[in-house]
Write a protein that binds this ligand. Structure first.
Ligand code: MG
Length: 335
């Protein structure tokens, strides 16, 4: 909260430091229980000996149609990916619409068709939902909430050790830059598409290729930098990134330098960060390379002894800088 105004700011929804503080200081305090306390992408529930992953996500993206997808595709993949990174097989999702009065039926149909197709692609069924309509001017076209459950056959996360490798399945920042370019007011004319994709199949191949996967997370809001900070937070190890090994498309680099953004903080919707034991890293990369969504997979860093609890970047020119969690927000309503 902004202590001066006592109001929620856009930054509280950024997925960065302000969101973290809100969760820790308010939500975790009021809801505290051992399942929530793990603050993982999905809650892991033990029900009569069955391990289930359970997650929920609201989507408020603007614009609702963008290069590489729309709010419907995003709503399915966002939830499916939060289940998959826990090692779960996504099974069922819900779909709740909050629609603004006057929203055009054809767009709703297009979005719903996309939800149906994305669910099919991700091998999940939409089994329940809800529809609410708010008065004109009281919403912004459409918001969608999806929850999901999956069957968890793997126990993640595992203990991370010094020397473990940090992997990602491709370039960073594509989603956020695609959204930005779709905002007409900016007048950007880029040929970049969102990476929005379901990761469950890639992740299941990865889990089959190694028993030494320690941790996975999709670097969405807050980007790679925030996700890595979440991994090292209050831990007795750090992460050292190699700048030269991080893939950033030229268009993304260009926009970042134009607008003063750091690509490490840009949102992704089809990427997974994986921490794996050093000895298995190459075989996991090889497995990822054989999958459509992992063709550009690479090792981008490793778990180091110091500085503890911090993410550092070894720059191309050989310097080192600390990479903090996202503070504030770069672009609001990107997912
Ligand atoms: Mg996530």
């Amino acid at each position: 909260m902004n202590t001066v105004t006592n109001k929620i700011s856009i930054g509280h929804g950024s997925g960065g430091k302000l969101t973290h503080n809100l969760i820790k200081n308010l939500f975790l305090e009021k809801f505290r229980n051992p399942i929530l306390e793990s603050l993982t992408d999905s809650a892991i529930l033990n029900i009569n000996g069955t391990r289930l992953a359970f997650t929920t996500d609201s989507h408020v993206i603007k614009p609702i149609f963008f290069p590489g997808g729309n709010i419907g595709k995003l709503a399915v993949n966002g939830t499916v990916n939060d289940l998959a990174v826990m090692g779960a097989k996504p099974l069922y999702i819900s779909c709740s619409y909050v629609i603004e009065e006057g929203f055009d039926y054809q767009s709703l149909e297009r979005i719903t068709q996309s939800i149906s197709q994305s669910a099919q692609d991700a091998e999940v069924c939409v089994v329940t939902g809800d529809t609410k309509v708010v008065e004109k001017g009281k919403g912004d076209k459409i918001f969608i909430n999806t929850s999901g459950i999956g069957l968890c056959n793997y126990s993640l996360p595992k203990d991370i050790e010094i020397g473990d490798k940090v992997l990602i399945n491709g370039s960073i920042g594509d989603h956020e830059i695609a959204i930005l370019s779709a905002r007409e007011e900016l007048g950007l004319n880029l040929k970049i598409e969102s990476d929005c994709a379901p990761l469950a199949d890639l992740i299941s191949q990865v889990l089959k290729s190694s028993e030494k996967i320690k941790f996975m997370r999709d670097p969405t809001r807050g980007g790679l930098a925030t996700t890595l900070n979440e991994i090292v937070e209050e831990k007795d190890f750090g992460i050292l990134l190699e700048e030269r090994d991080i893939l950033i498309r030229e268009e993304v680099k260009g926009i970042c330098s134009l607008l003063g953004f750091d690509p490490l903080y840009l949102a992704n919707e089809g990427k997974v960060v994986i921490v794996v034991a050093r000895e298995d890293a190459d075989q996991v990369i090889e497995t990822m390379h054989s999958h459509l969504l992992g063709r550009d997979a690479r090792i981008i860093g490793e778990v180091v002894d110091s500085p503890k609890g911090m993410v550092c970047l070894k720059t191309q020119v050989g310097g080192r800088r600390i990479v903090d969690m996202l503070v504030g927000t770069q672009v609001p309503r990107i997912c």
